[in-house]
Design a protein around this ligand. Sequence first.
Ligand SMILES: [Zn+2]
Length: 502
Amino acid sequence: MTSKRLREASMPILFSSCYQRLEYPAAAEDIIPQKLWQYVRTLHLKCVCRPLRAFPHTVYDDAHPPTDPVVCGAFHRWLTDVAVRKMPRLTEVVFDNCKYIPVHGLPWRTVRAMLTIPNLHHFAIASLRICPTADDTVEWGDSGLQPSAALSSFRYWVRDPTPTRSFPAEERGLDTVVRAFHASLETLDLPSEPAPIQLMCSLSWPRLRELRLRGLRWTTPSTPIVSLFACMPHLRTLVLQLYEPEHVDARAVWPRGFSATYPWPELEYLSISHPDADDDIYAHLPPTLRGLALRSWPHFCVQIKNDNEYPPRDLRWSFPMANASSILRILQRCGTPDLRTLELEYEVDEPGVDAELLQYVAASFPRLRTLELHRYRNGDPVVPTAEIARYLSPLAELAMLKLHLDFPGTPPPAFSPADQRRFCNSKALAAYDVTLRSTAATFASALTYTSPSLREIWVLRYVAYRGPMWADFSVIRADGGAPGAAEVRVQRQDGRFYMSRT
Ligand SMILES: [Zn+2]
């Protein structure tokens, strides 16, 4: 009896979050047993469809448009039309895909079915396209999709690398979602190409706290972002991971001389790819800001992986990497001494500026707890590891340090079986392991006494078939050790992925 009661009492906890992989053709009996439906709060569904005619690594561009758009058939109607409506506690649905298929996704019918679940708060679609082809079976427009006060988070993430093009039906689907839920959404995460930018800037967003856009920068509307998204006055997180069309310079969020009023007084985190040193946004950042990321997008270390993985014609982004001088100019304009997180990616340029930049970071942002530094040496054969560590040593509250110092001889990513064998047998791999360890030890020694909170040092490396990942080192202090004394224990974490989505 006791075990039965315990089992019944634990059911709502054990089955509150359900994860299911579904194959095509899907069958109703594959779906979560009906007796468990009453407990499900989060439903994570993953299709295991494989590409049909498309080669897995095919990346389409304008010269090679997709000829085989695939509508996913793994999510059975019994699940999307019946089962989810008998899950009274369901508040979160996530759709995902196991395999990389460039053009593969959900029909509008499935998307709409999820968006009409009563009390759905969070809806996410990852690695699947919305409406990759027209769905003639469904009326557009309202089509039963009514504004909801419940839906607070809509995330649509297209896997990187991906075709940058969008589909007309996809654009129409996002247009419908934005019109229906702009008043309730607190989080909106979209690829930029199909995002209805013109519509978004014409609506009110009374609850929006987080906006993330990634992809090719739109050309119309041409209004600067500081004005375009002034209709989102409560933003706390603004992530603009945008790359420019070829031969177009980075565009400022707030161009010099443009007449505007700063619109986001509660902003806590700002991420800008390809920053412009003349952008006036940096001089207006509020004291609430706690996190700042000045990173290229896609992150350059991910691009290196892509360059090894894909044919040259498929994926090329054209933009200059920020240099140390421009990053220094930007940071000197920021009146945000209470930053807790800073992410920088730059290339060394003028002699001495790199040192000035790192010393400025340590002196001007003394409350940093996390620093992620991607420093590209611009052909210099020497990486001054000890000097960099010394420049950063005044950061007394630092707890996490992530480093990519572009060491000469860094083993590149490898993706073919032949490359894999060469990679694994190479002396370069062993030598690089020594470099990783000595780098962590150097920084631990320089910072551990002045930065008593320092716990983790991560150093970037490439892993065959996976691309960039972090090697994790814990900082262990010797009891009663003299100032500067520290032991560094290596913890190899092959599963600690580099998160390029952030
Ligand atoms: Zn599928």
